[in-house]
Write a protein that binds this ligand. Structure first.
Ligand SMILES: [Zn+2]
Length: 440
């Protein structure tokens, strides 16, 4: 498949790092002059940004957190006069209040450019009809992909947040070939198509670019099978720019990070030191071309790994893995820690179980306990099935203990709906440990 911006996307590592350093120095110069927050951050640590002379020196700069960005008016973080701002948008606000961000005309141009690269990497061209099912408006998904799709010369169908059955009617009517949206929404569309007695062959859809929520290889397989398309992962966040930070190529094996616009690091969220090469940790991004809303070492809270192994597609940008989870979801039990997504992975693999479950944390005789409430799919089993159920319970418990490294009890409960109104899967966690503490 053609590489949209061949010169940049295939730069040698040396040339890329030189470009990154030059752009980083320009960005630091801009933020020190124009953003009081950064000036104070650096001054209080006696950091002279002119002393940042290599990419390794970047590590001497302090991190920026979501709380830093949320403090005060969004305009406090702008590095250009307000007359140069051509658009404002908001972060999704999955944790706390939304955060306002802004763009200059150049920022919008760069944003469209990286989205165009990501679409091209998934095989999208000016021949395609791209249906965008991200909501338009303040969130960055809809507008971000819209401009990138136009840049590539494709025809955009701005279906936005239309109701799912209507979305399919639109898709059929306009003969959409590409779907952009949340992976969970794609699965909801597949279910709705079944309700409408519509087979995937009756549509023209051939590929989908998904993002904005964590998803698994298992879900990718389901989407590809149920919609008969190739499903690609993409990554972005509004504080950095919006969608388009990274996207998969035809190899479907990790997302190329747009490294001429962003410097990516992986840190250990506890020690804040760099994670060993190729190992999992929290993603940290520094923008190096943003004019309106530059971010220096922004802690994303997203857990992933980055590989610098060459990719068969020829692009030289490093690749990041799927986002496994968020640091704020981490569960600490008896000095060990694990992610709800690790439990999810085991449950999804076990045959004969409903994908829904609940994690219950409690304290018994001084020790913290973990109980996983699994749902039985049909009526409670007959007597002769109880043995089979017990075997399943034991095998799931063994797999969980092995994966999480903590003692886990497994209990079967009656089914309950685990979907929010927006359709995103939420893993419920009931933490009874705090209530316990209050009673004492
Ligand atoms: Zn590739």
């Amino acid at each position: 498949m053609p590489i949209y911006d061949r010169k940049m996307e295939t730069l040698s590592r040396g040339a890329l790092e030189q470009l990154q350093l030059e752009r980083l120095q320009i960005t630091l110069n801009r933020v020190v002059r124009n953003v009081a927050f950064y000036r104070q951050q650096f001054d209080s640590r006696r950091i002279d940004t002119l002393s940042i002379k290599s990419l390794d020196d970047l590590r001497r700069l302090p991190f920026t957190t979501k709380d830093d960005v949320r403090m005060g008016s969004p305009y406090d973080m702008f590095a250009v006069p307000l007359r140069d701002i051509v658009r404002v948008q908001c972060s999704a606000g999955t944790t706390g209040d939304p955060v306002g961000v802004g763009y200059t005309a150049n920022d919008i141009r760069h944003w469209s450019g990286v989205i165009a690269r990501i679409l091209a990497a998934a095989g999208v061209s000016d021949q395609d009809f791209i249906q965008i099912s991200f909501p338009y408006g303040l969130m960055t998904g809809g507008m971000g992909f819209h401009y990138g799709a136009e840049r590539i010369g494709a025809s955009v169908i701005p279906a936005s947040g239309e109701e799912v059955h209507r979305q399919i009617t639109i898709m059929k009517y306009f003969k959409a070939t590409v779907l952009v949206g949340r992976p969970g929404y794609a699965l909801a569309m597949a279910r709705a198509m079944a309700e409408m007695n519509l087979r995937p062959e009756q549509l023209n859809l051939r590929c989908g670019i998904f993002g904005s929520e964590p998803w698994s290889e298992n879900q990718r397989a389901q989407i590809q099978e149920q919609l008969r398309i190739r499903a690609y992962d993409s990554y972005g966040l509004s504080e950095i720019m919006g969608p388009g930070l990274a996207g998969e190529c035809e190899e479907q094996n990790g997302m190329h990070i747009q490294e001429d616009h962003f410097i990516a690091e992986v840190i250990n969220p506890d020690t804040l030191e760099p994670a060993p090469a190729g190992e999992e940790g929290e993603l940290v991004f520094t923008t190096i071309t943003k004019e309106a809303f530059p971010m220096i070492r922004y802690r994303t809270g997203d857990i992933a790994r980055i590989t610098d192994e060459p990719c068969a597609c020829g692009r030289t940008f490093r690749r990041m893995s799927r986002v496994k989870d968020r640091t704020d979801n981490l569960i600490f039990v008896n000095g060990h820690k694990f992610f709800p997504s690790e439990v999810d992975e085991i449950i999804q693999k076990a045959a004969g179980l409903s994908p829904n479950f609940k994690i219950v944390l409690d304290r018994k005789e001084g020790a913290e306990t973990v109980e996983i409430h699994l749902e039985v799919t049909s009526d409670f089993p007959q007597l002769d099935e109880i043995k089979a159920l017990e075997r399943m319970r034991e095998s799931v418990a063994r797999a969980l203990v092995a994966a999480l490294g903590v003692e886990v009890a497994v209990k079967f409960v009656q089914p309950a709906s685990r979907l929010t109104a927006g359709g995103k899967k939420v893993i419920p966690i009931e933490d009874r440990r705090k209530q316990d503490g209050q009673r004492k």
